[in-house]
Write a protein that binds this ligand. Structure first.
Ligand SMILES: Nc1ncnc2c1ncn2[C@@H]1O[C@H](COP(=O)(O)OP(=O)(O)OP(=O)(O)O)[C@@H](O)[C@H]1O
Ligand SMILES: [Mg+2]
Length: 211
């Protein structure tokens, strides 16, 4: 089973959006996917509750409550991390996944927070020992704005793979409400978002995302 965690100490950076869309995208591709919610806010669990029964089922685990036992036959376990994790708590989370995605928003406050967070993640045992692979995703990007350019440059400087940027789109808001992923909407309405997601899907299914 592959373990993929979406992680950033900064609140509202898009962890739940990326975790739920990744889970749905892999499920649509026929993979067996579970979703573990480490955030006591329970946003990923709420998304699963809204998920229509006719869609590929995704078992959910309220992992913030402590012990959780994912089904053995899963191809992927996607993990949604809480905000404000540092130190020991962060190290404990990092031990659970071999693939880590860090979303960053185009804002000066988020970029400054991300800088510190990325340094902390790089120093953590598992990442330092190359037992876990990390990658960055720019999220809620409004293309051709100055701050987007600054974010791209900031991400490149981190010396970590930058997978893609996801635009700011109502599709993510609709998907969050309906328990769906953007790959479950009509292709015409989500063509740009699908294109922007393909590098993430390629990466998580490739050796490059595995230690
Ligand atoms: N690309 C996007 N386009 C539009 N809205 C987005 C996008 N990404 C995230 N959002 C919205 O931004 C808000 C915060 O996103 P999300 O809940 O995924 O962040 P988070 O990192 O999980 O937050 P928290 O730290 O509170 O768990 C949500 O309302 C979500 O729908
Ligand atoms: Mg969240």
């Amino acid at each position: 089973m592959r373990h993929i965690m979406v992680l950033n100490a900064k609140g509202g950076s898009g962890k739940t959006t990326i975790a739920t869309n990744l889970a749905a995208a892999l499920a649509v591709q026929g993979k067996s996917v579970g979703l573990a919610d480490f955030d006591p806010q329970g946003s990923s669990m709420a998304w699963l509750e809204a998920r229509p029964p006719a869609r590929p089922p995704i078992p959910g685990y309220a992992a913030w409550q402590g012990k959780y036992r994912p089904a053995r036959n899963l191809d992927f376990l996607i993990m949604d991390a809480p905000a404000a994790v540092h130190g020991k708590e962060l190290n404990a989370l990092l031990r659970k996944a071999e693939t880590i995605i860090i979303p960053v928003l185009p804002s000066p406050i988020d970029m400054r927070a991300a800088q510190q967070f990325i340094e902390e993640v790089k120093k953590s045992g598992r990442v330092a020992r190359k037992q876990a692979k990390i990658a960055l995703v720019a999220n809620r990007v409004r293309e051709w704005t100055r701050i987007w350019g600054e974010l791209e440059e900031f991400l490149r400087r981190q010396r970590i793979p930058v997978l893609t940027h996801l635009r700011e789109s109502q599709n993510y808001i609709r998907a969050a409400e309906q328990g769906l992923g953007i790959f479950e909407f009509a292709p015409a309405a989500t063509a740009i978002d699908r294109d922007q997601w393909h590098p993430i899907l390629r990466w998580v299914r490739s050796k490059r995302s595995q230690p």
